[in-house]
Design a protein around this ligand. Structure first.
Ligand code: HEC
Length: 125
């Protein structure tokens, strides 16, 4: 193999490597700009309280909100499908606790508490 061919091959390898680096960088930045372009998507995820409800509330209030779990009966968690509490009062209860219901201000931020409140509103009939 002559010297010219060898340096051409080296050049080819170098540009392939450069392209690869550029592709990785571009993929990285396009991901970031996607998140910037669609704030409502991440907003929605943060406000969707469904997963917080399952991890924090369902042991008492039940997956369906009726409070028919062992812990729900024991603490008299009541039936969220029949609850008519205002958002403001519900959020206060979730934040600071009420009676047998624990406070959640140390385990969820304000966004998560709002999210879970709007989620449980969906139980109402
Ligand atoms: C340890 C059991 C328990 C857990 C966990 C629990 N709750 Fe409660 N919840 C209760 C009890 C008991 C009451 C009744 C409190 C009262 O009457 O003062 C209640 C009341 C409520 C009410 C008021 C209903 C009404 O109409 O008066 C809301 C809203 C509520 N809970 C939401 C939640 C949410 C959201 C979560 C999760 C973040 C949660 N609870 C977690 C036991 C629990």
């Amino acid at each position: 193999m002559d010297k010219l061919k060898l340096s051409r091959i080296k050049l080819l390898i170098a540009s392939a490597a450069l392209l690869l680096v550029l592709a990785v960088v571009f993929a990285g930045t396009s991901h970031v700009s996607m998140a910037k372009l669609a704030p409502e998507t991440s907003e929605k995820l943060r406000h969707d309280g469904g997963s917080d409800y399952v991890t924090q509330c369902a042991r008492c209030h039940g997956g369906d909100g009726r409070g028919q779990t062992a812990k729900g009966r024991q603490t008299r968690a009541g039936d969220l499908t029949k609850s008519r509490v205002s958002d403001a009062k519900g959020i206060r209860m979730i934040t600071n606790g009420s009676g047998e219901m624990p406070a959640f201000k140390n385990s969820m931020n304000a966004d998560q508490i709002r999210g879970v409140m709007s989620y449980i509103r969906g139980f109402r009939r």
